[in-house]
Write a protein that binds this ligand. Structure first.
Ligand code: HEC
Length: 144
């Protein structure tokens, strides 16, 4: 079995033992791009589910965002990029707040948490992201 497969197996076992949800592994730039595409999808899903008042979909999208941003935070942490670590931490917190607002039925807190989450996208992108001429995005040169 390949090393990555083993890591997944061990991760799943540990998750089973510890009983917490597994944060997503973001090891390299390819993983990072895939993670951001998923962030985009999940954040879009959370926002429209909020409009439609579909609480299950809001909660599950927010839960996905927590685990993706945990991987994103680890990616920045491994490269000692302080701003990224801080902002990814704020994104985890905001997504977790969305989930708990649904769980606790404190729906009045949803809009504020969603907007805090949206602010993290802008903050991190301004610092680290640039548009590629042919379309798409990448890390600004010299960051990694
Ligand atoms: C802690 C930093 C950070 C946060 C927070 C963050 N991003 Fe990103 N994002 C990046 C970086 C860096 C890139 C450029 C690298 C890339 O595209 O692979 C990026 C790229 C993207 C892309 C383009 C992916 C591609 O290459 O096609 C999307 C979509 C995206 N982010 C959505 C979001 C949304 C939505 C949020 C907020 C809910 C968010 N991001 C929050 C750092 C962040």
């Amino acid at each position: 079995m390949q090393k990555q497969t083993w890591l997944v197996v061990v991760g799943v076992l540990l998750t089973g033992i510890i009983g917490t949800s597994q944060s997503r592994e973001v090891a390299n730039e390819t993983d990072f791009e895939a993670a951001m595409k998923d962030v985009g999808k999940n954040f879009g899903a959370v926002r429209s589910a909020m409009e439609a008042r579909e609480r299950e979909a809001v909660a599950s999208g927010a839960e996905n965002l927590v685990s993706i941003f945990e991987g994103v935070e680890a990616f920045f942490s491994a490269r000692e990029l302080e701003h990224g670590v801080t902002v990814a931490g704020q994104a985890i917190q905001a997504a977790a707040d969305i989930k708990s607002a649904v769980d606790n039925e404190t729906f009045g807190e949803l809009v504020g948490a969603r907007d805090r989450l949206g602010a993290t996208c802008r903050s991190c992108h301004t610092e680290y992201r640039e548009q590629v001429e042919e379309g798409g995005f990448r890390f600004k040169s010299g960051v990694l």
